[in-house]
Design a protein around this ligand. Sequence first.
Ligand code: GLY
Ligand code: MN
Length: 432
Amino acid sequence: MAIFPKEVIQKRQKNVAEALSDVLKNDECLLVLSGLPIGKPGGLDQTYDFLPHPTYYWLTGFRSARGVAFFSKSTGWIDFVKFATREDKFWEGADEELHGRDISELESFLSGQKFSQIYKIGQLAYNDSALTSEAGKATLEKIHLKVNALRRVKDAHEVQMILNIADIANKGYKKLQSFIRPGVTEKEIQIEFESEIQRHGAHGMPYGTIVGSGSNAAILHAIPTMKKVEQSDLVLIDAGADVYDYCVDITRVYPASGQFSTMQKEIYDLVKQAQTKAIEKCHIGTQWHDVHRTSARVIAEGLKALNIMKGDTEAILDTGAIAVFYPHGVGHLVGLRVRDVGCPENLNPKKYCGANLRVDLELKENFLITVEPGCYFIKGLIDDAENRTKFKDFINWQEVEKWKGLGGVRIEDDMLITQGPARNLTAVVDKI
Ligand code: GLY
Ligand code: MN
């Protein structure tokens, strides 16, 4: 069965055609490429699992390799696809219902039309050029911007898919709430989560599942280890679910004993408050870096109240002192894969409050973006000699020593920007 109804695909193609109406000339065309399977080094006929380029997949609904969506203003959209061979069918069970012209016809089709410029986007092969001649560089840039801007806006069908995936992820988190206890390993927690969501329909994981217990909770991308969870540990789980490349990205933190210690509760409540305040700020027209600053301000104020930080709050943010405890951006676009399109505006993001933001855009209706503030006690940042000197006016280093073993807390949900308050598409996963 098709992943997207025909009308959804037609609407996307119509939107792209309209967006390109003043970008493409009448004698130019656009090719959107699915991509080629990537061979494993030294692997003979072995390839990595194929991932269609998300723009091609979004635009056509097809997931097979070697497909090309053609567009010109006079012809409109034409699909050129690589139909499965007998071998593909009996080796791999290839059964995608493709329609359109055979990819072998593309070359003669193009050469018959004498286009002055052929633009290529999507997954180019290593010997493919994105342009026929250098002259079209500025236009190619505009094509990327226009298509990415459309892709960022989630349609109702995508929202429903993501809500369904959130329900699946919730099965995993529910399972963990009874599974996590002193003595289980981080690896066992990962296995329990991943098997439970796959039992409920997930195709796999959108990113490597992060499980960090105790001081490992301060490792931002912690790879689950054989470390056993201890009675006094916090356990941070950052795990999503994937269905046909759509996904959720969720983080929750649980005390292994079932009860937070007083210190753990202070940090947990602080991060929760930072998330609430950041979400309140998620409106159409807000700059994403202002959402980040809002969350960083809450963390700074909270750490001042705990005597961990000191001095003027705005200076704590401006100097980047806050990034010793909150070193990452407040979130990223999500939905079609775990990093949805922020590029190319964001190839060289500026630092805000000492952190590299993964998005630097104004929020628009139906953007889907994670809100995931955190507060961590990261040995590498706390023991760093440069930080110790640079931030001596803002951090009570002696006080920090008392908190070092806590690890860290991050809380993450996926928020849809609406005309009213942002809508939490991952709200189904309970927070403590
Ligand atoms: N969930 C992992 C990340 O956003 O980097
Ligand atoms: Mn994330």
